[in-house]
Design a protein around this ligand. Structure first.
Ligand code: ZN
Ligand code: MN
Length: 139
């Protein structure tokens, strides 16, 4: 809680209980939730929270570099408090999103840079397939 307060202050953001709740939740989950999931998780303990506030807060956090927005091909974006660059794998069956190590694709990055002669700054790499749980249901 105290950490979150300091993190928000360091970005020059006004600290509100709702902002604390949203950032704390995002920094303690590896689920990559969307706004709706965040709202549903926090609403029971934050009865004054609205979905609109969740959207506004996520936009603010994204603009401040506190979270990264992931477009995995669903109707709504997913959010990740890990802003350091890393890749993801998405389950096309249940929507589970998992992290891949940040340095896993260094060779690919170098190859892309060589092929294009670009000085590359970032990339979005998403793998799609069935997670272990969903996979086992199809055997
Ligand atoms: Zn799955
Ligand atoms: Mn992630």
């Amino acid at each position: 809680m105290k950490d979150t307060t300091n993190i928000l202050r360091a970005k020059g953001l006004k600290v509100t209980p709702q902002r604390i709740a949203i950032y704390t939740m995002l920094s303690h989950t590896d689920q990559h939730p969307n706004a709706e999931m965040i709202y549903r998780t926090l609403e029971p303990t934050n009865p004054t929270l609205s979905l609109a506030t969740v959207y506004k807060t996520l936009y603010l956090f994204k603009s401040s570099g506190l979270v990264q927005e992931l477009n995995v091909g669903e109707a709504s974006a997913r959010y990740d408090a890990v802003v350091k660059r890393h890749s993801h794998a998405v389950c096309t069956c249940c929507g589970k999103v998992v992290d891949l190590p940040a340095d896993a694709f260094e060779e690919l990055r170098q190859y892309a840079s060589k092929l294009t002669d670009f000085s590359l700054e970032s990339e979005q790499l998403i793998f799609y397939g069935k997670c272990p749980n969903c996979k086992s249901q199809f055997i």
